[in-house]
Design a protein around this ligand. Structure first.
Ligand SMILES: NC(=O)C1=CN([C@@H]2O[C@H](COP(=O)(O)OP(=O)(O)OC[C@H]3O[C@@H](n4cnc5c(N)ncnc54)[C@H](OP(=O)(O)O)[C@@H]3O)[C@@H](O)[C@H]2O)C=CC1
Ligand SMILES: O=C(CO)COP(=O)(O)O
Length: 331
């Protein structure tokens, strides 16, 4: 089988995306880095991070052989944000020069503060680069529950054609040209989900959560605007949509991470190797640094970053947020 679609990163999301595309009848290469794990997925047609009743279709080829990327014309990048640059360096030499690349991770790069599309641009030449983001848990996707996400690319026609080729049964993609706005929504909602988890873990009530979502969305909007993102993107699937999902569901790893912090667990222990991925724990510090340099008002993001650096305890953070000078809601 030579698949024209390949996914780099065989975690929960990469595998769910493989399932959705394969159900349309397309052959899919699912590339992971651990040959043993990939052989087990190929044998059992199950993924350890997905429910047992989610069978991986036979037209998905789980493999650890990068040579299998050669025939693909559309490649989804579904590794965690901080692994993206390394994965691009390892795998893109095997990728056809006319393949389109779709970034599916949600974060900013530590050290550079770059959007992941810009990391991809730096590490590749000549490929069209798109991003996929929006409210959808891997489990919901594999269970064929209705989901809607945004596919963004600078080139509107390319965004539409990639959205067409990935959309499937109960998996609906809307196209956009706002690469920055779509990525910033996906990255920052994880930080705000951690904040909402903290609020719930502390037992601060539903009113506090609602206030945090609204004021968090204002932060997300200011950060997006400073990077050229559009207000309508912030109000759409990849902004408000994903923020509401992640900040209110215990399925979210970022929300669960915040819950544990709110109950007093040590951030370092929660980030130890082998613990579930919480992208917002990295994004908080990166975004807070950018906000400080560019003077973007982001008190919630700054508080989450300070809690994670153990510079502020949760009680003091809440007190500081509630005693900030009163301002207009639109500032
Ligand atoms: N899970 C979800 O519901 C959703 C996730 N996302 C986003 O997708 C991204 C991935 O998340 P998710 O799949 O859940 O994470 P997981 O932790 O389930 O999986 C991450 C996968 O990436 C692999 N990986 C890490 N580094 C590399 C590398 N350098 N080269 C190759 N593979 C690598 C890991 O391999 P190994 O197993 O060998 O460690 C693992 O299989 C995140 O940015 C997340 O925010 C977006 C929407 C929904
Ligand atoms: O991005 C997601 C859903 O849209 C997944 O969120 P978590 O990474 O917090 O589980």
């Amino acid at each position: 089988m030579t698949a024209t679609l390949a996914i780099i990163g065989a975690g929960a999301f990469g595998t769910a995306l493989a399932c959705v595309v394969a159900r349309r009848g397309a052959d899919v290469t699912l590339l992971g880095r651990d040959a043993q794990k990939m052989a087990a997925i190929a044998e059992t047609r199950r993924h350890p991070s997905l429910p047992d009743d989610a069978e991986i279709p036979q037209n998905v080829e789980p493999t650890a052989d990068p040579a299998r990327l050669a025939g693909a014309r559309l490649i989804l990048l579904a590794v965690p944000s901080q692994s993206l640059r390394a994965a691009l360096r390892t795998y893109t030499p095997q990728v056809a020069s006319n393949a389109d690349l779709v970034v599916c991770a949600k974060g900013l790069e530590a050290g550079t503060g770059l959007l992941l599309s810009d990391v991809t641009k730096e590490e590749t030449t000549g490929h069209a680069i798109a991003v996929l983001s929006g409210p959808a848990f891997a489990r919901d996707i594999v269970h064929r529950l209705p989901t809607a996400l945004t596919l963004a690319c600078d080139d509107a026609q390319r965004a539409e054609s990639i959205a067409q080729s990935l959309s499937g049964e109960m998996f609906r993609l809307y196209s956009s040209t706002d690469l920055a706005g779509v990525q910033i929504g996906g990255a920052l909602k994880n930080v705000l989900a951690i904040a909402c988890g903290i609020v719930e873990g502390r037992g601060l009530g539903d009113s506090a959560r609602a206030a945090l979502i609204a004021r968090g969305l204002a932060e997300l909007g200011r950060f997006a605007a400073a990077h050229g993102g559009k207000p309508e993107t912030v109000a759409g699937l990849s902004g408000l949509g994903d923020l509401v999902l992640t900040a209110t569901s215990h399925q979210s790893r970022n929300m669960r991470f915040g819950l544990a912090l709110g109950r007093g667990e040590d951030p370092a222990m929660l980030l130890a190797p082998g613990k579930p991925l919480a992208e917002g724990a990295y994004t908080a510090d990166i975004a807070a640094g950018i906000a400080a340099r560019k003077t973007i008002v982001m008190p919630i993001t700054a508080a989450v970053a300070a809690i994670l650096r153990s510079e502020l305890d949760v009680g003091r953070a809440i007190e500081a947020l509630m005693t900030r000078p009163l301002t207009s809601e639109t500032e």
